[in-house]
Design a protein around this ligand. Structure first.
Ligand code: AQP
Length: 336
């Protein structure tokens, strides 16, 4: 008799993160913090999207250490490798294999409209490679292999999910019901964190200005120093306003970390200067990140256990991925 487990009844969620630098406070508040709460409600698949990282040139030793550290941070956050499927993308070859198949069902025109391609090719004009152009097909493969019901998306990522959905629908229309068409999932909490040096841009781990981002693994001193240097304005009143992007960004961060509303924060800092406010934000962020850093230091010092866990995750992931991949190949007409 077939037993129905809790896992079978839970909706499936998939999310990935690129090891293209040190993970930042933006990655944490915008995505990773939600990953932790989602593991209770959903059957989650979480991957380190290392294949995506090389659309921009990476130094080999640095990339290797960032892959380890991204996986270790996922564990340090409290993500459970037994409950979730947690793995490194390149360990499951079906991602690259399905990406090729899907790229043959994706139009040049739709790829050209991707804003990330436009942004990154402007930023890396000396390396506008085909991978950078074709990455949405790989992202579609990342998603469709696992048949998730939901994919969490921030505002900047809606376009990627849209193209994955379009490709899935197109493929299904030709070959029948192969892929699940996932819905976007807007997490209950989630902040868009902006650069501390240029609040018109999002905080990005690949930003060359190290003062523009706070890393999850930064020391308390570094975190406070970076907040002290954050770009603000000349008004010296702590209040939320579109005309005050620097202070509004700090308000958003402080609110996400402490759970206080903007009004509460404005009252808390009434009559106080930006110096006090920046220090309070820095301390609150450092306190929130300290336990993650402490857990990380333990995890990263045991490479054997780390390897056991990412191999376990890859085995689990591949069992699912292989089924979807072979089904798609068979439908297209390949001899298996
Ligand atoms: N600043 C941010 N605020 C809120 N959420 C953010 N995310 C990234 N930056 C912010 C969210 O983190 C998840 C993983 O993102 P990713 O690493 O796969 O790619 P990304 O969005 O391109 O992140 P970065 O840091 O900007 O990387 P680089 O510099 O390499 O391009 C996503 O859910 C993303 O929304």
């Amino acid at each position: 008799m077939c037993q129905i487990t809790e896992k079978d009844t839970k909706k499936k969620v998939l999310s990935c993160i690129q090891p293209s630098g040190m993970l930042t406070l933006g990655n944490y508040l915008g995505a990773l913090k939600n990953w932790v709460s989602m593991q209770e409600e959903f059957d989650c698949t979480y991957a380190v999207a290392d294949l995506h990282a090389i659309t921009v040139r990476q130094e080999p030793a640095k990339l290797r250490s960032q892959i380890y550290s991204t996986f270790a941070i996922m564990l340090a956050l409290g993500l459970d490798p037994e409950k979730n499927t947690m793995f490194i993308q390149s360990h499951v070859p079906e991602h690259a294999q399905l990406a090729w198949l899907l790229s043959c069902y994706t139009q040049f025109g739709e790829m050209s409209r991707m804003t990330q391609f436009k942004d990154k090719s402007a930023k890396h004009a000396d390396n506008i490679n085909v991978g950078l152009f074709a990455y949405p097909a790989l992202m579609a493969a990342d998603i469709l292999l696992y048949k998730p019901d939901f994919v969490p998306v921030g505002a900047d990522q809606k376009q990627h999910l849209e193209i994955a959905r379009d490709i899935a629908v197109r493929f299904n229309n030709i070959y029948g019901d192969v892929f699940t068409v996932p819905e976007p999932y807007i997490p209950k909490t989630g902040a868009r964190v902006m650069s501390l040096q240029d609040p018109s841009k999002k905080m990005s781990k690949s930003d060359e200005n190290v003062n523009s981002w706070v890393a999850i693994l930064d020391s308390k001193d570094d975190i406070i120093r970076k907040f002290k240097r954050a770009v603000t304005d000349s008004e010296t009143v702590v209040r939320y306003s579109q005309d005050k992007p620097g202070i509004s960004n700090l308000l958003g961060i402080y609110s996400a970390v402490t759970g206080k509303s903007n009004e509460q924060i404005e009252r808390e800092f009434e009559g106080k200067g930006y110096g006090d406010f920046k220090l309070a934000v820095g301390e609150a962020v450092a306190d929130e990140l300290a336990p993650i850093k402490a857990a990380y230091d333990k995890i990263i010092s045991d490479k054997g256990e780390l390897e056991r866990l990412y191999r376990l995750g890859a085995d689990k992931a591949e069992r699912v991925a292989r089924k979807t991949y072979f089904k798609a190949m068979k439908k297209v007409g390949f001899v298996l």
